[in-house]
Design a protein around this ligand. Structure first.
Ligand code: MD3
Ligand code: FE
Length: 201
């Protein structure tokens, strides 16, 4: 089930298929709802987002950053569920990062027709910490490049329960998600949910 993607990156197929994961997401969205954010350039991001944990990733006209309060509710983001924290720590340890303590979990929601263009994750203070991502619901095609924008990209299918750990030499690699295809999943309906665990500060 462990599938190396290259130095510092590993897919753990089917590591997190528990329906309780999807129930936790519904609970989080009941406190801090999914919303579309704006880019600093004024465009609307197609992926709907919310967060849990001490810090949440936000984007608006003022830039990309981590915030302790949800700008929509004015309240702290919902707590990171214990099972989320534990899953992320276990997966990171298995991939060679034994001391991962995530303080931020971005929750992305894709519906058919939505994509996430190629980008790097570099808004975090500690780039030595890995990132752990969990895919739930509809399948998607993940694009994984190198540290430079023009580096060739490989494509990998990610399906419900797949978990990926990125760190070390892969931490700043370019990556994205191709346009989600139509479909229905028994746990999420016509949607894909992605949890991205990070050490923001
Ligand atoms: C590779 N999310 O939220 S997760 C993101 O499926 C993001 O929603 C995608 O990219 C999604 O920023 C992909 C996988 C991922 C996350 C961080 C990475 C891959 C990464 C950082 C470095 C290299
Ligand atoms: Fe990313």
């Amino acid at each position: 089930r462990d599938e190396p993607l290259g130095p510092g990156a590993m897919i753990l197929r089917g590591f997190a298929p528990d329906p309780a994961m999807v129930e936790e997401v519904a609970h989080i969205a009941g406190i801090s709802p999914f919303r579309q954010m704006q880019t600093p350039g004024g465009r609307t991001i197609g992926v709907e987002m919310t967060n849990c944990g001490a810090l949440g990733w936000v984007s608006d006209r003022r830039g990309y950053r981590y915030e302790p309060l949800d700008p929509l509710t004015g309240r702290p983001w919902p707590e990171m569920p214990q099972r989320f924290r534990q899953l992320a720590q276990e997966a990171a340890a298995r991939a060679g990062f034994p001391d991962f303590r995530p303080d931020a979990c971005l929750v992305n929601r894709y519906v058919p027709g939505v994509k996430m263009g190629l980008h790097q994750d570099r808004d975090e203070a500690d780039l030595d910490a890995p990132i752990v991502s969990v895919s739930l619901g509809l399948p998607a095609t993940f694009q994984f490049g190198g540290p430079r924008r023009g580096d060739p990209v490989a494509k990998h299918a990610l399906t419900h329960g797949d978990l990926v750990v990125w760190g070390g030499p892969a931490r700043l690699n370019w990556h994205g998600i191709l346009t989600l295809k139509p479909g229905e999943h028994p746990l999420t309906g016509a949607a894909r949910i992605n949890l991205t665990f990070r050490r923001a500060r």
